[in-house]
Design a protein around this ligand. Structure first.
Ligand code: ADE
Length: 307
């Protein structure tokens, strides 16, 4: 009789990332979550960490967003997690993080996401101080393409900021963190009342006006803040550390609505014009996403078929 061939099996512990991680943490045994080996922390979420996961059979790299059930202890928090999952299930776009799976255990809810290996756009900008307009234009066109897509699905992100924009291995934008995302069904429902997002990126109407605000316009504002940061290398409206009341969000908004936008001299006229129509405090007069897409500054990366 012929000896039986040993079954071909994949040894995930020989994956270069697993080897590197074990060399850095020699005494730690690698924890597992479902079929994934968990390696280094990629980021900190609101309810827990995001870790690099390696599929034990295929070696596929994923991002595992782990939420301790103990941290998702009330209905508000739970519905936030559920909403993020529901929203992500509906989205399939090259510039939006892909949801692969949701794994639940006694202690954790784990969202298995596409791994964006290029890191945060924030760090990419910091490393270059600010981006060349050609590079910023490509990344911004990808951001707008993703945001246009989610708005078409009647979803607004509501927390767009540099920290939520990742890069894949080819330096394409990947939009993440849909924990604040919400749906608007009809034109009239394009008005929502919850206040959310990060102050430096949040549209003024979120704080200044009591009551309802136009959903989709808040994403346009945040995209304007992001484009400004890409081109200038700093935020247009910062909670200034030299301001002793820097943590006072109301002061930040008063500052936003009363200050005219200024630019460093290396920002072109075309970019200034585009930023000028996006960073308009009154949402009634702020450019729509369609207008943004048709702007001349974006022409080199015109998103074919959308406008
Ligand atoms: N940090 C948070 N989410 C991530 C992801 N999907 N890929 C890489 N790093 C992340």
């Amino acid at each position: 009789m012929q000896p039986t061939e040993p079954a071909l099996s994949y040894d995930v512990y020989q994956h270069p990332k697993a080897i590197a991680y074990q060399q850095q943490h020699p005494r730690r045994s690698l924890p597992k979550f479902g079929p994934y080996l968990l390696l280094q922390t990629l980021g900190e979420g609101e309810f827990g960490k995001v870790k690099l996961g390696l599929h034990e059979e295929w070696g596929e790299e994923v991002a595992v967003k782990l939420m301790r059930r103990g941290n998702v202890d009330n209905q508000v928090r739970l519905s936030k997690v559920e909403r993020e999952i529901e929203v992500l299930k509906k989205l399939k776009h090259p510039n939006i993080v892909r949801l692969y799976d949701v794994i639940e255990t006694d202690k954790y809810i784990g969202i298995i996401l596409e791994y964006a290996s290029g890191g945060e756009l924030f760090d990419h900008i910091l490393a270059h101080r600010y981006l060349r307009e050609k590079d910023a234009c490509k990344l911004f066109a990808q951001l707008i393409s993703g945001v246009w897509y989610i708005h078409q699905k009647k979803i607004v992100h509501r927390d767009l900021k540099l920290e939520n924009l990742l890069l894949d291995r080819n330096r394409n934008v990947i939009i993440t963190d849909f924990g604040f995302a919400n749906r608007f069904e009809h034109k009239a429902d394009d008005l929502m009342v919850t206040s959310c997002g990060s102050p430096c990126y949040a549209a003024p109407e979120l704080v200044i006006s009591e009551g309802a605000y136009v959903g989709s316009a808040v994403d346009v504002w945040s995209c304007g803040v992001i484009l400004y940061a890409m081109l200038a290398g700093y935020l247009p409206f910062d909670d200034d550390p030299s301001n002793p009341d820097g943590d006072n969000i109301n002061l930040l908004y008063k500052y936003i609505v009363s200050t005219t936008l200024t630019f460093p001299d290396y920002v072109s006229e075309g970019a200034r014009h585009l930023l000028g129509i996006m960073l308009v405090p009154d949402p009634k007069y702020r450019a729509s996403l369609q207008t943004v897409m048709q702007h001349e500054w974006l022409a080199p990366y015109l998103i074919a078929g959308l406008v």
